[in-house]
Design a protein around this ligand. Structure first.
Ligand SMILES: *Cc1c(COP(=O)(O)O)cnc(C)c1O
Length: 228
């Protein structure tokens, strides 16, 4: 086995263990491998190991990588980074899901970018769990209004909520607020049970709080290459 294979199996075992500890079925949890800053070749390698969900956070890198790789059986791309509205078309062209929907204008732009007959785009509403309004995500008090707006966009399917845990707080406490935001979204979209939360350092807490989509990078890929 390669190091990559070893790390992947190890994380999957830890995901299964955290799920069982929380009385949850590991099969109901989607593990997304975040491949940002790594070459397209890594995505091919992961695919060969059975990975079907990969995540990218920068539009240019994402578009280039998706184009370089082309169609790979069953591969799903998750866009997880801050998105500019003028990049909505490029994102929509390659993404199966967008986890970083944080404003009505972006919902409109992603909706308008749908090609005729294109499948619905899965979206997660990113919630800002910090006190800093400059961070990505909608304020928890605004999430219901954003859900209403996104749900009215015909080509988007609201799957749930997403967040990155703040650095200065126990992740479990932050994910509890995310769970509450998810409940607010379900008053608008009752089947939006998705919760995209949990990274290399906090995925066990996220699973305990109900995360359905984990975004795990370095614990699987190893350290990211230097970037500018
Ligand atoms: C990079 C990134 C991750 C993965 O982070 P790791 O700590 O490497 O697991 C998850 N979510 C987002 C939004 C990211 O940008």
């Amino acid at each position: 086995m390669t190091d990559l294979d070893v790390r992947l199996r190890d994380i999957d075992a830890r995901i299964a263990e955290a799920a069982r500890a929380a009385g949850r079925d590991p099969q109901q949890i989607t593990r997304i491998v975040v491949t940002k800053f790594h070459p397209a070749e890594l995505v091919r390698e992961l695919h060969g190991l059975g990975v079907r969900d990969v995540g990218e956070n920068r539009q240019q890198e994402f578009s280039a990588k998706a184009a370089e790789i082309g169609a790979l059986e069953g591969l799903r791309w998750h866009f997880i980074g801050q998105a500019q509205t003028n990049k909505a078309r490029a994102i929509r062209a390659a993404a199966h899901a967008v986890h970083s929907l944080d404003r009505a204008r972006l919902a409109n732009a992603l909706d308008a970018a749908a090609e005729p007959g294109a499948p619905l785009l899965d979206v997660f509403l990113q919630v800002n769990l910090t006190e800093d309004p400059g961070r990505g995500g909608v304020a928890p008090s605004e999430v219901e209004a954003l859900a209403e707006h996104a749900a009215a966009c015909q080509t988007l399917r609201v799957r749930g909520v997403m967040a990155v845990a703040p650095l200065d707080e126990a992740p479990a406490r932050a994910f509890e607020r995310l769970r509450a935001a998810g409940e607010a979204v379900r008053t608008v979209v009752p089947d939006a049970h998705g919760m995209s939360a949990g990274m290399s350092s906090d995925f066990a807490d996220a699973i305990a709080m109900g995360a359905t989509h984990l975004r795990i990078g370095s614990a699987i890929t190893g350290p990211r290459p230097e970037h500018g």
